[in-house]
Design a protein around this ligand. Structure first.
Ligand code: PLP
Length: 384
């Protein structure tokens, strides 16, 4: 099968995969080994030590390269470890431009770790690409995009951003965790690297933590593979196996996440006790047109604020939910609810977070694959 000919849904199952050469196992075995026999010093079958390469990890890396349409995939012990590897491409004095509503863990890594090594970060409202253009200078080496953003579901125009880097030595990286490659393929929009917390939609079952990069260009992939091996933040073979298994149903899960997400968004927006719903599928979402162009559908993530926008009201709603589970993370088969102001965004001062919309009443939902009637009934009884 010619890789370039097959379509996305086929790629999730077959892309980059072939039966295991040893015994023909259709699913790649979990190679629980740290080392590999050599027939003569240096004489091996491509594998010598599992920090550098492991066949189960290779199978996952090939699958990721296929579904994101990149030259190469690279897997790490977590999403944060994948981000860390990208930042290690930089040198002191380099500058990075990113969004002002970045995933909290990325913001922490940038400002509390890499800022100490002389790398300078600018955080701007990327919904308007002009804000990015204003910060570009000869020291700019990296633009870090996230879209949709967490938890406000803002949309960044990836193509408009990648245009700004044309003919400059600036890498554009897109954190594609919220969309997954089913909805959005940033390399096709001109990005150089796609990053995933595979912990979320790619794994899809809330049973593994893993990170990934997919790189458009082989020589950049080579540099990142060097960092992957040198720093050693790799994933284990069992984790690689779980994510690979998750990817095989990605297209089917995402389709239902989108259907259920839409139904929940519409139910909430019609509810008299709901003040505001943030979901890029609404025509009045400020960047709906961009979402429509760069995404296949609008996903299963959304946030809302009850009419009574208080900590007490939000707490009472999330504690009353019975089908939705109150927990951090997202993208699993089960529906989750979170309260950003006291959970994921608790470390940001109230004034700061309210500027970007993270008010006390805001509730974030990761809409899962349960029967839609049960999800809506659950929200009905919890909102009252
Ligand atoms: C979870 C997440 C990460 C970090 O990934 P881990 O696997 O938790 O290390 C990065 N970006 C986004 C958007 C995330 O949701």
């Amino acid at each position: 099968m010619k890789e370039s000919k097959i379509k996305f849904n086929t790629k999730t199952i077959h892309g980059g995969q072939s039966p295991d050469p040893a015994y023909g196992a259709v699913m790649p075995p979990v190679y629980l080994t740290s080392t590999y026999v050599q027939s003569t010093p240096g004489g091996h079958k491509g594998y010598e030590y599992s920090r550098t390469h492991n066949p189960t990890r290779t199978a996952l890396e090939n699958a990721l390269a296929s579904i994101e349409d990149g030259a190469r995939g690279l897997c790490f012990g977590s999403g944060m470890a994948a981000i860390d590897a990208v930042l290690k491409l930089l040198s002191p004095g380099d500058e990075v431009i990113s969004t002002n509503d970045l995933y909290g863990g990325s913001y922490r890594l940038f400002t509390k770790v890499f800022a100490n090594y002389g790398i300078r970060f600018h955080f701007v409202d990327m919904q308007n690409p002009e804000h990015v253009a204003e910060k570009i200078n000869e020291k700019t080496k990296l633009i870090w995009v996230e879209t949709p953003t967490n938890p406000m579901m803002n949309i960044v125009d990836v193509q408009a951003i990648t245009k700004l880097s044309l003919n400059k030595e600036i890498l554009v990286v897109v954190d594609n965790t919220f969309a997954s490659p089913y909805l959005q393929q940033p390399l096709k929009l001109g990005a150089d690297i796609v990053m995933h917390s595979a912990t979320k939609y790619l794994g899809g079952h809330s049973d593994v933590v893993l990170g990934a990069l997919v790189v458009r260009d082989e020589s950049l992939a080579e540099q990142l593979a060097f960092i992957q091996n040198a720093s050693g933040a790799v994933c284990g073979p069992m984790d690689a196996f779980l994510v690979l298994r998750g990817i095989k149903t990605l297209h089917v899960r995402m389709q239902r996440h989108c259907e259920n997400g839409k139904a929940v968004a519409e139910f909430l927006s019609d509810h008299p006790k709901v003040k505001k719903v943030y979901w890029p599928g609404f025509e009045n979402h400020p960047n709906h047109k961009v979402a429509q162009t760069q995404m296949k559908d609008f996903g299963g993530m959304l946030s809302f604020v009850p009419k009574n926008d208080t900590l007490e009201s939000a707490t009472s709603i999330v504690e009353s939910l019975k089908v939705f589970t109150l927990a951090e993370s997202l993208g699993g088969v089960e529906s989750l609810a979170g309260h950003p102001a006291s959970m994921t965004h608790a470390s940001i001062p109230k004034e700061e977070r309210e500027k970007s919309g993270v008010v006390d009443g805001l509730i974030r939902l990761s809409v899962g694959l349960e029967d839609i009637d049960d999800l809506i009934d659950d929200l009905k009884q919890a909102i009252g």
